[in-house]
Design a protein around this ligand. Structure first.
Ligand code: ADP
Length: 241
């Protein structure tokens, strides 16, 4: 068994046990990982790097209950994610986990403020309260002046700030970020990563970030490489792609 335990005494927020994932394709089964294990201690900012196609996004999808494993278990904050039925998965995705992707997926017909409020409205929160909380988050990502802008009226960096605010407005314990700076120029990428780091620390988050940027990965608490279905500590000779 491949055990990638962190050398920390803190309790784990995320536990991955003997996880396997295969896809059936027209050309036969593709096995991404088998018997994969991982512990993410509460409060850790973990970077996962690896070649394109290694299975990094799939691993995040499994942590977010957006995909089901072939075998094994994922536990987040004491919840066995792999045992959830669809209503439980939806509640888990809305409350326990926040995620940011490479592309912002903001709804173009709504303002920045409304986009941030969306997960709270999905919970059934009254509109006025949801907008009040969204405004606080807009301020937290330094975009108070952009409340009425629609996503097409925001720069790439601003869109990603709104995505971060939307991911965190429900106050999740786990933040998952899949190449959050992958679509940004290097200066904006730096700003967004610094914001992610600040929010991670200020809100006591546990965060897992997939990135091909080894410089940013090196500034996370720990970096693991996903390679040939195994999660391994980053070695000196590893390259980003
Ligand atoms: P990474 O994020 O490391 O680039 P992904 O997790 O996106 O890798 O994908 C890993 C591999 O899994 C892909 O190369 C593809 O072959 C396979 N894969 C992903 N999703 C599916 C799917 N829905 N059906 C079949 N194969 C898939």
């Amino acid at each position: 068994m491949i055990d990638t335990a962190a050398n920390e005494d803190r309790p784990s927020l995320v536990q991955v046990r003997s996880l396997s994932k295969s896809y059936r394709t027209a050309h036969g089964a593709v096995e991404l990982f088998r018997d994969l294990s991982l512990e993410v201690p509460a409060g850790e900012l973990l970077a996962i790097v690896g070649e394109s196609g290694a299975g990094k996004s799939t691993l995040l999808h499994l942590l977010a209950a957006l995909d089901a494993p072939t075998a094994g278990h994922v536990t987040v904050d004491g919840i066995d994610v792999t045992a959830l039925k669809s209503a439980g998965q939806a509640a888990f995705r809305n409350r326990t986990v926040g995620y940011v992707w490479q592309f912002h997926y903001l709804l173009p017909e709504f303002t920045a403020l409304e986009n941030i409020a969306m997960p709270l409205l999905a919970q059934g929160m009254a509109r006025a309260e949801a907008l009040r909380r969204a405004a606080r988050w807009l301020d937290e990502v330094s975009l108070a002046g952009r409340a009425r802008h629609r996503s097409g009226e925001l720069s790439g960096g601003e869109q990603q700030r709104v995505s971060l605010a939307r991911a965190l407005v429900t106050e999740p314990r786990l933040l998952l970020a899949d190449e959050p700076t992958g679509d940004l120029d290097s200066r904006t990428a730096e700003t967004i990563f610094a914001l992610l780091q600040r929010l991670h620390a200020a809100h006591g988050l546990t965060s897992v970030m997939v990135t091909h940027h080894l410089g940013l990965a090196g500034r996370c608490g720990r970096t693991l490489v996903l390679r040939e279905g195994r999660l391994l500590p980053l070695a000196g000779g590893d390259s980003p792609q």
